[in-house]
Design a protein around this ligand. Structure first.
Ligand code: ATP
Ligand code: MG
Length: 421
């Protein structure tokens, strides 16, 4: 019989590591929940054209990395490669922009799919926490999102990351820059594919990771020199707001990022311990996206943080999260009658909101105590026939080793008190 393996470029999350993963997800989302962002969940797949139009026909994501397929009913769908297009689609579909004050602030958490070349930190199935603030053009909003991401990473104990910041201009100044860049790029020695890219989306050539391309780009015109006054002023405000908040950033005039829809503020969080998969998160303003997918003009800004890479960044910095043990009380029954009684105690503990587990499968005392210790529980409740004859169970503090007899009916209250409930 063949045994099955997880598909290439994917991995399973299993205990105990999965607890860290969950804690990272929670930590990345916590600042958003605290800042007026509401939770949004969209399907794992969408009409393929949403991404083609929203992410950009010429991006790697759409041309190479998308899991696109046709359903039995003839619909052309794609597994979502990113979150922004879906979230904006959902907001537009529900008319959230007409319901109250703008911006509509949303956060999400989920799985994303890209057919990439798998390597450490680059998977075909990965996890993001994202935030979108839809329908407002205000540098405070751009700053807010960057500050919240910074806070999220710091709350986990990460320190060796940097924030790269740039402005991509708007529909006034970007075309002028685009033309200047195209002229520069056309004169370079580049392969067929890249030459095509010059004509479709020349900014993406700046993002080419190949050494042979990068070294020809030294003299390339920089967007910063072409920004119109409005974009310059906007960007200056974002920079000042970050500085006032004490958030360090680096101006990176070459930062462009992989998606077509970005305008003005663009940023990336990079971690220096991750080798070439160094981006732990990124985002920016996407003032034109709503119109690109058929909506009204809704200037917006957002980010997505990679959960997988954030976990790797913690490892790289040697940060171990302090996770509370999953179990507070472990029940160790000796004999059939004790199984009944202690299972009742465990159920009562759980109903009282106290995490409890049980030595299943009729183990001997030694094996069961080993399990109790391994569970991380503070207390073991142990009972044999003799205890039950006397109407008691043994409550053992697994840290100090102290043990005392407690009446069966009083044990839940006693444990609750000891745990400070
Ligand atoms: P990269 O330049 O590394 O390909 P990206 O620009 O494609 O990143 P985004 O689309 O901005 O990434 O996604 C936001 C974050 O999601 C990234 O910063 C990264 O942490 C994470 N991410 C993106 N693609 C993957 C992947 N294939 N595997 C794991 N994490 C990923
Ligand atoms: Mg990518």
């Amino acid at each position: 019989m063949t045994t099955f393996q997880a598909p290439k470029g994917t991995y399973d999350l299993l205990p105990p590591d999965s607890a860290t993963f969950l804690a990272v997800r929670e930590a990345l989302a916590a600042p958003l929940k605290n800042s007026g962002y509401g939770y949004v969940e969209t399907p794992g797949f969408e009409n393929v054209d949403l991404f083609a139009r929203g992410v950009g026909e010429s991006t790697d994501i759409v041309t190479k990395e998308m899991y696109a397929f046709e359903t039995k009913g003839g619909d052309r769908l794609a597994l979502r490669p990113e979150g922004t297009a879906s979230v904006l689609r959902a907001a537009l579909q529900a008319n959230l922009q007409n319901e109250g004050n703008l911006p509509v602030k949303l956060w999400y958490s989920g799985s994303y799919y890209r057919y990439e070349r798998p390597q450490k930190g680059r998977y075909r199935h990965f996890s993001q926490i994202g935030a979108e603030a839809i329908g407002a053009e205000d540098p405070v909003l751009d700053a807010e999102l960057i500050i919240l991401a910074d806070q999220a990473y710091r709350s986990l104990g990460l320190r060796d990351f940097r924030i790269l910041l740039n402005s991509l201009g708007d529909k006034e100044c970007r075309p002028v820059y685009r033309a200047a860049l195209q002229e520069f790029l056309r004169a370079l020695d580049l392969d067929e594919d890249t030459r095509r890219r010059i004509e479709i989306n020349p900014l993406r050539v700046l993002d080419d990771k190949r050494e042979s391309v990068q070294k020809q780009l030294t003299g390339a015109p920089l967007l910063g020199d072409y920004l119109c006054d409005a974009c310059k002023a906007y960007h200056e405000q974002v920079r000042e707001l970050l500085a006032e908040a004490g958030v360090d950033y680096e101006d990176d005039p070459r930062l462009v990022r992989g998606l077509d829809y970005y305008t003005r503020t663009t940023f990336e969080f990079v971690h220096d311990g991750l080798g070439s998969q160094s981006a732990v998160g990124g985002g920016g303003r996407y003032d034109g996206l709503s119109e690109m997918i058929g909506g009204p003009s809704l200037p917006s800004v957002g980010w997505a943080l990679g959960v997988d890479r954030t976990v790797l960044a913690l490892e790289a910095e040697g940060v171990k999260l302090e996770l509370p043990p999953a179990t507070s009380v472990f029940a160790v029954p000796m004999g059939e009658q004790a199984r009944r009684v202690l299972f009742g105690t465990v159920t009562a503990l759980r109903r009282a909101g106290i995490a409890a587990d049980f030595a299943f499968g009729g183990r001997g005392l030694k094996g069961a105590m080993k399990m109790a210790n391994r569970s991380g529980a503070r207390y073991a409740v142990i009972a044999g026939e003799r205890d039950l004859d006397e109407g008691v169970v043994q409550l053992k503090n697994l840290e100090s080793g102290e043990q005392s007899a407690v009446e069966v009916d009083a044990v839940v209250d006693r444990i609750a008190r000891e745990l400070g409930r």
